[in-house]
Structure formats: structure tokens, C-alpha cells
Ligand binder design. Sequence first.
Ligand code: FES
Ligand code: FES
Length: 167
Amino acid sequence: MNIELTVNGDTHQLDLDPRVTLLDALRDHLRLTGSKKGCDHGQCGACTVIAGGRRINACLSLAVTHDGGAVTTVEGLGQDELSPLQRAFVEHDGMQCGYCTPGQLCSATAMLTELDQGWPSHVSAELDGPYDLTEAELAERMSGNLCRCSCYPGINAAIRQARETAE
Ligand code: FES
Ligand code: FES
């Protein structure tokens, strides 16, 4: 199938088997290897990208379903300079091997937007925001992104710093 995909602001025409996932389209067809394949089963979050403004697991989504859509990968988060969240990850040592980092960055970027937009999480006491980024909220909202190196203290500190500097 021929599809059109805008990735990080650049529009591409792709001729794909309908069974190709968005993750494989990004990595194998567009050579954007920032998004990582960890489990390929929607369990680790390493493949998280932002599609249509929402964070998704690219390994669970077929590329053809994004025909005409826009996707942001880690390569698109800080094109001219690091985003505040990326800088905070560096400052707080939010990574060790770095394999989960692209997914953590995309997920946290979209999560902070969700928070601003008043989206509740599973642990929110109220259905209407705004919400504070409590320990429980942060853990729940980032629970789809696993880090095998267990860098959670640095990751959490970085997300909090990015949240505070944005306020
Ligand atoms: S590779 Fe997609 S969730 Fe693990
Ligand atoms: S930094 Fe190694 S998996 Fe997270």
C-alpha cells in the first residue's frame, strides 16, 4: 500500500506491506533508529512515539493506519537543540545503557502535555484536572516505560525538573 507519513516535520511516501508496524516503518524504511524495539509486544515502552499528539507503542500500531498522519520520534524532539526534558535527562543521569531513553523521552513529553490538558490517570482522585505530579501520578503515568537499568530516580528527577521549568 502507498501511504504518506509526516515524521518530525518531513513528509514521506512509503510503499508498505499492510502488516508492517509503525516501528518497523520508522526503523527499517525511514532509517530513524532512535525508536527502539525492546519486547515488540507492547510491554516495555522502548518504541514509544507521539502520533497525532498522543503517545503510542509503535510496535503495536500498523503503519498504514497512520496514512496522512504526523508522527514525532525522539529525533524530532530537539532538532536544533535539546528539549528541556532532554537536557534534564542529561543533568540527572536519567539513563545508563540508553536503550529505553528514546521511549522515555517521547512518553514523558506527551505525558506532560496530557497533564497540562487535565487528563486523569488511573490514580487520580478526581476526573477533572489540574493534577500535581505526585509520586503516584508520575509512577502511574510512566508505568508503560520500563528501564532495565533501573534509572528511575534520575528519570523521575528529570521529568520533575522539566515540569517545574515549564510552569
Ligand atoms: S517494543 Fe514496543 S512496547 Fe516494547
Ligand atoms: S537506561 Fe538502560 S534500559 Fe533504561
